[in-house]
Design a protein around this ligand. Structure first.
Ligand SMILES: C[S@@+](CC[C@H](N)C(=O)[O-])C[C@H]1O[C@@H](n2cnc3c(N)ncnc32)[C@H](O)[C@@H]1O
Length: 330
């Protein structure tokens, strides 16, 4: 695994270009995040949470299309084959930040196809997986069967209303999931509620676009395809702001909160592969395609691909993507 860590909020060294290795399905979440700007027709890449007055809960925003299960089910198969493999590196980095053993009971909120759960299940007592997208749970069930994992339960539920009693788990995880909730603060509070005193939490989100060369390349390609697209703006009210991340965890009742910036690299073998994997595995791309309709999509795709083939002329290359990984204790 290639990894670089920084204190959250600190400036990272310049991201290297060139070189080779393995892997696919880039900084998918980051772009999923930012693509909301296009999908919503706004200039902000907000995850949909509108901040309340100082110290109060964020206001739910029903306009965020990624806060509903349909787009996730739509891309579940592609996500399983591309994005999951790339996001595994962030799960591994996050799991290094918490402790667990064979007696640990875990809840994985917004588990997707089991990116974190598949890595963790053999090392803990049990994992309760929660996701609101049936397509994702179908991929998870397939993965569990293939891996012969029997200590994982799947729950079709919303992470903002966890179907568990208070104090049921020792470790709560939400990798690139809670950041999409309509009411993010409620998601944090629910994680806190279902943990036992002393239990640990691990949550991740993408860092700003400026720290994600992989996302930047995609955005430049999409802007080439439609120059009228607004440039994505930083959203300092979202979890891409490490101060907000830390404060929301503390507000939910967590202590010993730490937010760390971790970068992994997408290995790009060709411009076409880069594009196709994003199209197959990223919910915002699926939404964009739906919104444009097939003829317009085909037109824009041809321009975007043309742009990428020039920009990524020297392949293989590697594009970094920074995430914030946060831990805390109940
Ligand atoms: C980017 S994927 C992350 C999946 C997985 N945790 C990973 O690291 O690959 C986001 C997941 O969050 C789920 N999700 C988003 N909002 C949710 C909610 N309110 N309740 C439950 N699941 C949710 C989606 O269905 C999707 O599976």
């Amino acid at each position: 695994m290639r990894e670089r860590r920084f204190a959250a909020g600190a400036s990272p060294p310049e991201t290297p270009r060139g070189g080779a290795s393995s892997g696919i399905g880039p900084e998918t979440r980051r772009r999923e995040y930012a693509l909301l700007a296009f999908v919503n027709g706004t200039t902000s890449k907000t995850n949909g949470n509108v901040p309340g007055p100082e110290g109060e809960a964020a206001t739910p925003n029903p306009m965020n299309p990624l806060a509903s299960p349909e787009p996730w089910s739509l891309v579940a198969e592609g996500y399983q084959e591309t994005t999951r493999l790339f996001l595994e590196s962030y799960s591994l980095s996050g799991l290094e930040m918490v402790s667990y053993d064979v007696d640990t009971e875990v809840v994985d909120v917004a588990c997707g196809p089991g990116t974190t759960t598949l890595l963790l299940a053999p090392q803990v007592k049990r994992i309760a997986c929660v996701d609101f997208a049936e397509g994702m749970l179908a991929q998870l069930n397939r993965n569990l069967t293939e891996a012969g994992i029997t200590n994982v339960e799947c729950h079709h539920a919303d992470g903002q209303h966890l179907p568990f009693d208070d104090g049921s788990f020792d470790l709560g995880v939400s990798m690139f999931g809670l950041m999409f909730f309509k009411d993010r603060r409620r998601g944090f509070r629910e994680l806190h509620r279902v943990l036992r005193p002393g239990g640990q939490v691990l949550v991740s989100s993408w860092a700003p676009l400026a720290l994600s060369p992989a996302m930047q390349v995609l955005f430049r390609a999409l802007a080439a395809a439609d120059p009228s697209r607004p440039e994505p703006q930083a959203d300092i009210t979202s979890l891409e702001n490490p101060e907000v991340f830390e404060r929301e965890l503390r507000d939910a009742g967590f202590s010993e909160v730490k937010v760390e910036a971790v970068e992994h690299f997408l290995e790009v073998q060709s411009a076409d592969e880069f594009w196709q994997e994003l199209v197959r595995g990223a919910a915002p791309m699926a939404l964009l395609r739906q919104k444009l309709g097939e003829p317009e999509w085909a037109r824009q795709e041809a321009i975007a691909l043309d742009y990428l083939r020039k920009e990524l002329a020297e392949v293989p290359t590697r594009l970094g993507s920074m995430a914030y990984l946060a831990v805390g204790r109940r």
